[in-house]
Design a protein. Structure first.
Length: 393
């Protein structure tokens, strides 16, 4: 059985689902293919281990789609200040929302909270048919259409296939995009804690000889951490008893928030860099982690994905009335709009990773001097902040 649509979106995670919701008034018929539906939000006081810093521009994007305002705001924390230290305790860089002329630098939100909001919107959206659970078997693309055959025998045909299916993208592989990811040899260790001292809606980051540690504020006296550590250290941290793990994270964070109490067990994800020459082909477009991977030290991975969805939705909504939504030259508008921003973020994060993962004493002095110098250059700091919050790029 063949089912006809305008657009087939493979992957209903945050990025794929946000694209579908952004196209709710497009007049386009959408198919959304996902292997597993998100679990219902728990009714207890637990916290998701996957926490994202959503910049204000992307919060507005989700709000325009009717999602953000419907989320439980008591579980979302605005960030008013961010403090960054080098591996020299005297090297410091401070960002404040006041300096940037905005109400907040970012919002810290759980993956499952945003996913649940998007999923609920999808169930109420008349131009979307959700295939879930469903697994893709084959992809065929010709001049007229793209066809995704599902493992249950159904065939979904559309003018455009969007790969929003994550870092190991099935669409990317089956559409023939050349991908050569570079592994960092690090893992991001994540966990949530109750803290002794109030965080005052401040985020903290330390560039250390053994990796990069970030504290992200959660509601009340709670934080989430991401410790981008070399594999040996990451595995060591994951096997520590809870009390010892708390002590290690507390010491690595220079006791900034006092004693830590573990509330979500640590887990980890491997880190890599992926930069594609192409984001689109005739009738195929990639967004989110299917299109790029970056080091998490900037906290911009999810933001890049939301910006992909926002830009692709804009291109599709603004196309000429009779323009084929899978037309290569139309999709190139999306690619041109996104490539520079993605590459700039990758160059910054990869460069910082290389600079701070280097034992050369001359580089150590240079990076810490540079951090302190940047802290005194308000114009440069303001530019960096406005890029991070989504006002540039």
């Amino acid at each position: 059985m063949t089912l006809d649509f305008d657009i087939i979106i493979v992957g209903a995670g945050l990025v794929g689902a946000s694209l579908a919701v952004a196209l709710r008034d497009s007049g386009l018929k959408l198919a959304l293919i996902e292997g597993r539906a998100p679990a219902p939000l728990p009714r207890d006081e637990s916290w998701d281990a996957r926490i994202y810093a959503v910049n204000p521009a992307n919060a507005r994007f989700l709000d325009q789609s009717g999602i953000w305002r419907g989320l439980d705001q008591t579980r979302i924390t605005p960030v008013h200040e961010m403090h960054v230290w080098g591996d020299d305790a005297a090297a410091r860089l401070d960002f404040t929302a006041y300096q940037a002329g905005v109400a907040e630098l970012a919002f810290i939100a759980e993956n499952r909270l945003m996913q649940a909001g998007l999923w609920q919107a999808l169930q109420e959206q008349p131009n979307v048919e959700v295939f879930c659970p469903a697994a893709c078997a084959t992809l065929e693309v010709d001049e007229e259409a793209a066809m995704v055959a599902l493992q249950d025998g159904r065939v979904v045909r559309g003018r455009l296939v969007v790969g929003a299916d994550g870092r190991d993208s099935w669409v990317r592989a089956h559409a023939g995009f050349a991908a050569q990811p570079r592994e960092y040899g690090q893992s991001g260790v994540v966990a949530n804690f109750a803290v002794e001292k109030p965080h005052r809606n401040h985020a903290y980051q330390w560039f250390r000889e053994d990796g990069v540690l970030a504290y992200l504020p959660l509601p009340g006296n709670k934080i989430s951490i991401v410790w981008s550590a070399h594999e040996s250290l990451a595995q060591e941290l994951l096997t520590l008893p809870g009390d010892e793990f708390c002590r290690r994270v507390q010491e690595a964070g220079r006791n900034t928030l006092g004693a830590l109490q573990l509330i979500t067990a640590p887990t980890a994800f491997s880190l890599r860099l992926l930069n594609l020459e192409q984001l689109v082909k005739p009738r195929v477009a990639l967004i989110g982690d299917a299109a790029h991977n970056v080091h998490p030290l900037s906290g911009q991975g999810a933001n890049l994905g939301f910006q992909d969805a926002r830009q692709l939705a804009q291109v599709l909504l603004q196309r000429e009335a009779q323009r084929d939504c899978g037309d290569y030259f139309l999709l190139r508008r999306y690619e041109r709009a996104r490539k520079e921003d993605i590459l700039a973020m990758q160059l910054v994060t990869d460069g910082l990773h290389k600079l701070f993962n280097n034992a050369n004493p001359l580089l150590r002095a240079l990076r810490n001097t540079g951090l302190s110098l940047t802290n005194r250059l308000d114009g440069l700091k303001n530019h960096l902040m406005r890029h991070a919050i989504g006002e540039l790029g």
